[in-house]
Structures are given as C-alpha cells and as structure tokens.
Design a binder for this molecule. Structure first.
Ligand SMILES: [Zn+2]
Length: 206
C-alpha cells in the first residue's frame, strides 16, 4: 500500500496491529477518524490510555474491575462455594448475560497451547489451586471452549487438584466442539451450565 503521507502510514500501521484489522480496514478507520471533529479522536485515545493505566484485575478471580475486588466477588448474594473456570473476561460476560449462574468465576487468561507457546505457568492456574486449598470452594465448573487446548487445560487443572476435596464438573456439551463460548447463544449457554456433568464422565465420553 502506497501512502502519500508518513503520518497517515503510521496511523494505519498502528491500527492494523489490532486483531482482525487488515491494512484496508485500518485505512478506512483512520480516514473515518480524520473526518470526525478532533475531540472524537481525543475522547477515543483518552479512553484507551485511561483504560490501560487505571484498570485493575480482581485479586481473587482476575476479572477486569475498577476496584481491587470485582463486583461479582464482592457480592454477598453470590454462591462462593461454586467457581466457574473460564478462559477470559468475554466468557464471564457471556455467562453473566444468561442470568442462570450465581456462583463466582476464575479467569485463567487463556488456555494451555504448546503451539502458541502458552504453558500452565503463563495462566492463573496456581492461584486457582490456591483458592481451592483455602477450602470455601466446593465445586469447580470447567467452562473452557471444547477444543484440544481447552481439554488439555481442563485435564491439567484436574490433575493439579488431585487429593483435594473438590467436585469438578464441565458444562454440558450442547455447545458443539470447537465453538467459542462467547458466541454461544444465551439460552444454550445457560442450559449447559445448569445441565453440567461430572468432569470424570466427560473424559470417558471423549
Ligand atoms: Zn473477582
């Protein structure tokens, strides 16, 4: 792509570093911003800078939060014996949208993927094991996407919990293999949490 301006080229380059944004889309977005009043761009860049510098991650579950402990963990009406293990914050949002779940979460920050160089130490797995050891949690619900990486991660965590008093279950596979959790419709996702199955029996089915 040939640019008549170095400034334009830089802006397009930076925009195209975002996931799912190719050079053409980046150019379209940058030209759109150029046409808008200057304060639009100011508001956008301020929001992003503030987000980056001031955001907190809940010290208990790693959910994004404006406070040290997120609203879900801090809510006394939630069932603290139940923890749903998810890959990222989008999964928390998807499950919250179903209004079918009243427990807490643990956000791993990804899943084990040797192909992408992500190992257990890169994820919030040891803090999860620590949470279980503290004794309040009675059941972990694995709600990772049913991909090879998701299964590997579930199994790794399951092994880490051996000898601890905890029930493990996995969301019912109404969600077809390979589907990402965030794209499942609310009814299906809500039902799959209510109809969860013991983790051991899900392994035998595979
Ligand atoms: Zn939290």
């Amino acid at each position: 792509m040939e640019f008549s301006s170095k400034l334009l080229e830089n802006a397009v380059y930076e925009m195209s570093q975002l996931p799912g944004i190719g050079k053409r889309t980046a150019l379209r977005l940058v030209l759109h911003l150029l046409k808008q009043p200057e304060e639009r761009t100011q508001l956008l860049s301020n929001a992003l800078m503030t987000l980056k510098s001031e955001i907190n991650f809940c010290k208990t579950c790693n959910n994004i939060s404006d406070t040290e402990v997120c609203e879900i963990c801090a809510n006394p009406k939630r069932d603290e014996t139940l923890v749903c293990v998810v890959e990222d914050i989008r999964d928390v949002m998807a499950i919250e949208n179903t209004s079918q779940y009243n427990g807490l979460y643990h956000v791993l920050g990804g899943k084990i993927s040797p192909m992408e160089g992500v190992g257990p130490q890169d994820l919030y797995i040891s803090s999860l094991v620590q949470r279980v050891k503290e004794g309040t949690v009675k059941e972990l619900i694995f709600a990772l996407s049913s991909t090879m990486e998701g299964d590997t991660t579930n199994f790794y965590i399951y092994r880490q919990l051996e000898g601890l008093e905890i029930t493990t279950s996995t969301i019912a596979r109404g969600i077809s293999v390979g589907d990402e959790l965030e794209y499942a419709d609310e009814v299906t996702l809500g039902r799959s949490i209510l109809n969860r199955v013991p983790f051991e029996s899900s392994m035998k089915a595979n």
